[in-house]
Design a protein. Structure first.
Lengths: 427, 454
């Protein structure tokens, strides 16, 4: 095992070490502008070492799998004046198993992937042949070796399979993009559902609907939930909490959102895109409730941030970032949510997210794909519209939560959510 | 290396094939708060073989450089599965060349501890600036990228692409109110790019504190003056991406919209992309298809006069290649990208630009931008209201939006000097990000800009 060898080499100098060795093979197919355009095959290798020397951390990585001595020497050099370690490498612990390998993925042929793309493409062309369609499908298989100086050593194999379809529809000077995609660790993929979703987005956008500037209720589709989750991801990041950069510091146990809002980090969902048995520090993954019924319950920690916060790692190494986020379902059917809205917006995707000061919770974004709701009905696409607000204010003003969550991309499971009022500025 | 690459390419049975290899060494030092956050280095080697058969592309990417012949064969086989029609690929003269990076101070000879001590100074400045400063994120990173490129037409190029970036971010806090001040510097000319940034550190921290008491900009439509450090992003998002021919070459309706000779802005407006400008962040002698970079006017006197091409899009549209096929790194194929994009200067002075503005917004420094071709956003680090011809109070959360078919026409004044901010970051397209690009421009005045806000 190469990871074990790296740790052994590192321990000649270091007082603690961890190492990983990842090999990945992947292949994908891409259609552009209605035509099969390219086929790709990839082979990657990656070695990474982290050492602690005199209480200080150093890291080094390389794609050159023969350079074991070089990568160890690089980590040791960095550690000589590295950042102080607030942790010790953990020993082996019982971990809950989670399915991350599907035997059905490796045998998928490129011809099958071409068919997946072709069928997605045809479904959209069937709706409207003027839409120029791009589509892709891909598979990969990785082997991860991990070892540390406290006796942890394991090898995991994972697979992934995914597809996506998007189209551009140009009418006069109106340029409309819409699409949908999904990936997971198993072969099973309802690719036609992805296309049907994209067709729905195009269908609702056939008319352009004017919007008056002002405060109005906003329904975020599951995809649109990224707008509200960006600040929250940064706010619950344990490192931001330790450093005081998070406005959520000191608020554990407090009501920070409407009681209808709950979100959980769950890396143990079978075959989900961000699922794994261990994190990148060899710590068993666990389910972490972040907000339950509006109450902030946990931050996400890796070993070092947990050490600084006098907390326990939650298995979010390295970097305290979420895995699969699951937003709790409510009791309002999506159709009812639209029907109950007299004047408002349905927001699907935005531009400019994260370019201001996202950790503060503030957002100010262009509604790249969104729709006008008038008298309980979607009347068309909105354009040249800016949406602004504060994530934390918005989460306290949740009017309704959808009763059915959907996968977005592969690592977010979210229902639509209606916020009472946000600021809209239109042209 | 040349011989190995050319031997491997001889096995190609495609119409065209190429190999691009890279060795990248990089290092970084980052502080967050008063503690060092991470120090490290990495060395990556890898490559891509690309083959063209009947209009279809095959790509094989790899980290192991030992079996280039097999990778070329894989790429050819992939291309054969795909190709169904005649290929379009513009002719260019083969070239053999090797360019060496010119570094005033070679950062590869600078020890990690020296790199650390430079940013440690900036970090100290940020943290000591004010008692409202909560934390910091101050980092140094460098990379030295050696690129080998060979194709079946006899082109062989060796290139060196160094980059040094410093980012200085200060976080100030007052209760739940958390604000950030940000500065960066980046360049290809050596370690000195990272030195002497003490004033930037002061500014980042000072601004974070000032923004604590600044109100969010009130949403609405304003006359906006963007400073030169924001004008380049405006040019990039508002028009640069739309001029990338891969969005146009197979879309007849886009071709109609983007017919050369069409008026897109006022007579005073010129927008240029130029990968051959000395010393800019998006500068290279050749693009990643071995095509020489050059000055490309996109808009001249308000009229669309050109667009950016790869060899494929140029052939499809019957235009000349422009040297804009770029790949962010070895696992990626080249796609049509900008290099250094700028709005050319006009004749106005800043004071004249604000003089007749009753209520407007002066938007300062870039945070970023995004486009969906027709609509775009660009975000300022901060701004000031303009009231009765004078710069007034500081405002935050300044994000502007526009529509390419309207906003450019609303430009009515341009400053008399083009500036090129030394900023880090880069451009993203598809999965390829961040690609170093240059942004430049003068002060630009734009009427009726929609500004988001509460």
């Amino acid at each position: 095992m190469i990871a074990g060898k790296l740790v052994e080499k590192a321990m000649a100098r270091a007082e603690g070490a961890q190492a990983s060795f990842v090999r990945t093979e992947s292949s994908n197919i891409a259609f552009e502008n209605d035509k099969l355009k390219s086929a790709r095959s990839s082979q990657t290798t990656h070695l990474a070492v982290r050492v602690v020397l005199d209480g200080k951390i150093g890291s080094c990585s390389t794609t050159d799998s023969n350079d074991i001595d070089g990568v160890v020497a690089g980590a040791v050099e960095a550690a000589e004046f590295g950042s102080p370690a607030h942790f010790q490498f953990p020993g082996p612990r019982e971990a809950q198993n989670v399915e991350v390998y599907d035997d059905a993925v490796p045998p998928v042929t490129r011809e099958e992937m071409v068919v997946v793309c072709q069928e997605m493409l045809e479904l959209i062309k069937g709706f409207n042949s003027e839409i120029l369609v791009s589509a892709s499908a891909g598979k990969s298989r990785s082997q991860v070796e991990f070892a540390n100086s406290a006796g942890v050593g394991f090898t995991t194999e994972t697979t992934s399979f995914g597809g996506g379809v998007s189209g551009v529809w140009v009418r006069g000077t109106d340029i409309l993009w819409a699409g949908h995609g999904h990936s997971s660790k198993k072969r099973e993929l309802d690719h036609l559902a992805l296309s049907r979703k994209a067709v729905d987005l195009f269908r609702m956008a056939q008319n352009i609907a004017p919007v008056q500037s002002g405060e109005m209720p906003v329904v975020f589709s599951p995809e649109g939930m990224h707008v509200l989750l960006l600040s929250l991801r940064m706010g619950v990041n344990g490192k931001n909490v330790v450093l005081g950069a998070s406005p959520l510091r000191g608020k554990l146990g407090q009501q920070i959102a409407d009681a209808k809002f709950s979100v959980t980090d769950n890396p143990l969902i079978e075959y989900a895109a961000a699922s794994s048995k261990y994190d990148a520090e060899g710590v068993p993954r666990q389910v972490t409730p972040i907000i339950r019924n509006g109450v902030l319950e946990n931050f996400l920690y890796d070993l070092d941030a947990a050490g600084r916060a006098s907390a326990q790692t939650t298995g979010h190494g390295i970097g305290c970032s979420p895995t699969n986020l699951v937003i709790g379902e409510g009791d309002t059917p999506y159709k009812q949510m639209i029907k109950d809205t007299k004047e408002g917006l349905l927001v699907h995707s935005v531009m400019g997210l994260g370019q201001g000061n996202p950790i503060s919770g503030e957002f100010s974004v262009n509604v790249q794909l969104g729709y006008k709701i008038h008298d309980g009905e979607i009347t068309g696409r909105v354009k040249d519209v800016m949406l602004a607000g504060n994530t934390y204010d918005a989460l306290r003003n949740v009017e309704a939560v959808g009763d059915k969550a959907e996968w977005v991309g592969g690592a977010l499971l979210a229902p639509p959510i209606k916020i009472g009022a946000l600021s809209v500025v239109s042209d | 290396m040349r011989e190995r690459m050319e031997n491997a390419l001889r096995k190609s049975d495609a119409e065209y094939a190429e190999i691009r290899l890279e060795e990248v060494t990089s290092s970084w030092v980052a502080f967050r708060g008063d503690e060092l956050d991470s120090v490290g280095s990495c060395r990556n080697v890898g490559g891509i073989a690309r083959a063209l058969v009947r209009g279809g592309w095959g790509y094989a990417t790899f980290n192991d450089l030992n079996d280039l012949e097999t990778r070329v064969a894989e790429a050819c086989e992939s291309a054969r599965i795909v190709g169904k029609e005649a290929s379009s690929f513009a002719e260019v003269e083969p070239v053999v060349d090797a360019t060496k990076a010119v570094l005033k101070k070679d950062f590869r000879a600078v020890s990690l501890s020296q790199k650390k001590s430079v940013v440690e100074d900036y970090n100290r400045i940020v943290l000591r600036k004010h008692d409202r400063i909560q934390t910091s994120d101050v980092g140094y990173s460098d990379s030295f990228r050696k690129v080998w490129y060979a194709n079946t037409e006899g082109t062989y190029i060796e290139d060196e692409r160094p980059d040094v970036t410093v980012r200085i971010s200060a976080t100030a806090r007052d209760g739940d109110n958390v604000q950030r001040g940000f500065e960066s510097a980046a360049g290809a000319s050596g370690f000195q790019v990272a030195e002497g940034l003490h004033e930037k550190a002061e500014n980042a921290a000072g601004r974070a504190v000032e923004l604590l008491s600044a109100p969010s900009v009130k949403g609405g439509k304003y006359t906006v003056i963007v400073n030169p450090r924001l004008a380049g992003v405006f040019a990039h998002e508002a028009f640069g991406h739309l001029s990338e021919a891969d969005f146009v070459h197979e879309n007849d309706r886009m071709k109609d919209l983007m017919t050369l000779g069409k008026k897109f802005g006022p007579d005073l407006l010129d927008i240029i992309d130029d990968g051959s400008l000395p010393g800019r962040r998006g500068t290279h002698k050749y693009d990643d298809e071995g095509v020489k970079t050059r000055e490309n006017y996109l808009i001249k006197d308000g009229v669309l006069v050109g667009r950016l091409h790869s060899r494929e899009t140029a052939a499809k549209m019957g235009e000349r290649p422009t040297g804009n096929a770029r790949a962010v790194s070895y696992p990626f194929q080249p796609v049509v990208r900008m290099t250094n994009t700028y709005v050319d200067k006009g004749e106005s002075r800043f004071d004249d630009m604000i003089a007749d503005v009753k209520l407007g917004l002066y938007a300062v420094d870039m945070v970023g931008g995004q486009t969906s071709m027709e609509m775009f956003t660009f975000s300022a680090a901060y701004g000031y209201m303009i009231r009765n011809g004078a710069v007034a109070e500081l405002v935050r959360d300044v994000v502007l939006t526009g529509n390419v078919f309207e906003t450019l026409h609303n430009i009515d004044m341009l400053g008399d000097e083009v500036e090129w901010p030394s900023a880090g970051g880069g451009c993203g397209k598809g999965a390829q990000s961040p690609l170093p690009v240059g942004f430049g421009g003068p002060y630009v005045r734009i009427r009726n800009v929609v500004v988001g806000g509460r």
